[in-house]
Design a protein. Structure first.
Length: 141
């Protein structure tokens, strides 16, 4: 599968398989995650029928999402193209650049998602209205 939306892409991570002890996956800042990491947050204890999350874009924030357990569906929209990606592999991250509308849905009940983010939490960086998002993208591309 290819990523067709702008401002996104796959971030492959190295997994050390270990049948006896369990696997180990590594994400290093700059080397794997293509920016200095300023914040990590985790989404966990989701339910099979958990409501969708996200439904916003960021003005400047860059993030890499990794689904380390279970699965969810990531919806991406760059203002022109839309795409859905099944997230279910700990060794495959997805970069979410600025100005990319994203929604997470269809969580499995054991889903654990990690986000490596380029900045601290700032509510002013969020665009939570889809109309505002489209206007913002048009102005700056
Ligand atoms: C994103 C998707 C994938 C904080 O205080 N600090 C934080 O670092 C974050 C991420 C959230 N919060 C607070 C803000 C809200 O009161 O936690 C509450 C829930 O946040 P939000 O409604 O933004 O949650 P999601 O799941 O819709 O969005 C989050 C991230 O905010 C967002 O950047 O890309 O996960």
């Amino acid at each position: 599968m290819n990523i067709t939306v702008k401002r996104s892409g796959f971030i492959p991570l190295t997994t050390r398989k270990d049948l006896r002890r369990g696997d180990l996956t590594v994400a290093e800042a700059i080397k794997d995650i293509p920016f200095p990491i300023r914040r990590v947050y985790v989404i966990h204890h989701t339910k099979q029928n958990s409501l969708a999350r996200g439904s916003h874009a960021h003005k400047t924030l860059k993030q890499v999402f990794v689904c380390v357990n279970g699965s969810f569906v990531l919806g991406l929209d760059d203002g022109k193209r839309k795409q859905k990606i099944l997230m279910n592999q700990p060794s495959l991250g997805i970069i979410i650049g600025p100005k990319l509308w994203h929604t997470m849905s269809k969580f499995s009940k054991d889903c654990v998602m990690i986000s490596f983010a380029s900045d601290h939490y700032r509510e002013t960086d969020y665009i939570r209205s889809y109309d505002e998002f489209q206007a913002f993208v048009k102005k700056r591309t």
